[in-house]
Design a protein around this ligand. Structure first.
Ligand SMILES: NC(=O)c1ccc[n+]([C@@H]2O[C@H](COP(=O)([O-])OP(=O)(O)OC[C@H]3O[C@@H](n4cnc5c(N)ncnc54)[C@H](OP(=O)(O)O)[C@@H]3O)[C@@H](O)[C@H]2O)c1
Length: 291
């Protein structure tokens, strides 16, 4: 974990929006940010699950911190839902300081749905909230939850050699890669046999997300709009997304608690001015890693 003690620059007027905050790592990030005294907008795609989670969170926090948590509906795969959230944020808070793109799925009825949530969902939400990000003295933050399984260097050269150069990659190239992959997958001609396992598409969505983090970081740097953009890997953690790792065999894997999984995200949210930008951070120790 980065060791510098955060200089407290935030207050209860600092607004953090978290996607998929009704359970798992998103819930834990919401809990810790409210505990630190920020206003937290915990969003969820289900009104019932979201409101129940916010109620539980308020109970857990108690005291003044419970007043800091608000709920809003958000399905990251829906343009209407994203637009409604952005409008509500503008009316209610007039701006946002921290966006945590946490919502994600590993399996779905179609491969398109996984891309639509983990990659296009992040883009949809980020593009809608970017105009609301406030150039506070400490800078606004966009924090994307990714996986070490999606690091760009793990892509084989035969599949996508141009991706190796993160400084050159464009959003069009990422979108093209996804459409190419989905086309080949439908035809059964996919060249990506290295991804032939149950989480194959999930990994590819995180590759795309890492590349998008890099593209976005070039577009909106702290030197321009005062926005810090990074992604981090929370590490292997028992959550609903992976059936709480109930099928995991052997004890060779390091498994994080929710608190450990959230750690680097919290650090990225609260670091003082001048923190990392356009980086991939590893779990727990928060070291900046090669991607
Ligand atoms: N757990 C791990 O080992 C691990 C490792 C590396 C990275 N990650 C990443 O960490 C993030 C959080 O995952 P988690 O492990 O905490 O899983 P989780 O407990 O299943 O939480 C995922 C959250 O995303 C929400 N979500 C799914 N689709 C959505 C949509 N269309 N719109 C809005 N919200 C949606 C879920 O809502 P519902 O409750 O309605 O389903 C849930 O709140 C993900 O991005 C994941 O890829 C996790």
């Amino acid at each position: 974990m980065p060791t510098s003690t955060p200089t407290k620059w935030w207050s209860k007027d600092t607004v953090a929006v978290i996607t998929g905050a009704n359970q798992g790592i998103g819930y834990e990030i919401a809990r810790q940010l409210a505990q630190n005294g920020l206003t937290v907008v915990a969003t969820a795609r289900s009104e019932e699950r979201g409101k129940a989670a916010v109620e539980a969170l308020r109970k857990e926090l108690g005291g003044e911190a419970q007043e800091l948590v608000a709920f809003h509906l958000l399905d990251v795969t829906s343009d209407e839902s994203v637009a409604a959230l952005a409008q509500w944020l503008r009316q209610t808070y007039r701006g946002v300081d921290i966006l945590v793109n946490n919502a994600g799925i590993a399996r779905a009825e179609t491969e398109e749905k996984i891309f639509d949530t983990n990659y296009y969902g992040v883009k949809r939400v980020t593009k809608a909230i970017l105009p609301l990000l406030r150039p506070s003295p400490a800078g606004a933050r966009v924090i994307n939850l990714t996986s070490d399984l999606g690091i760009l260097k793990s892509l084989s050269d035969k599949y996508c050699v141009e991706w190796k150069d993160r400084d050159q990659i464009t959003e069009d190239q990422i979108d093209h890669f996804i459409q190419q992959y989905l086309g080949e997958s439908k035809e059964g001609t996919s060249k990506s046999e290295e991804w032939e396992d149950v989480y194959k598409v999930y990994f590819l969505t995180k590759v795309a997300l890492n590349a998008y983090t890099s593209v976005l970081a070039r577009e909106v740097g702290p030197a321009k709009e005062k926005v810090y953009v990074n992604c981090f890997n929370p590490g292997l953690t028992r959550t609903n997304m992976n059936d709480y790792l109930s099928t995991l065999q052997g004890n060779t894997f390091q498994i994080n608690t929710l608190q450990e999984a959230a750690m680097t995200g919290i650090w990225l949210a609260l670091h003082p001015v001048g923190g990392p930008h356009g980086k991939y951070l590893e779990q727990k120790n928060g070291s900046i890693a090669e991607w």
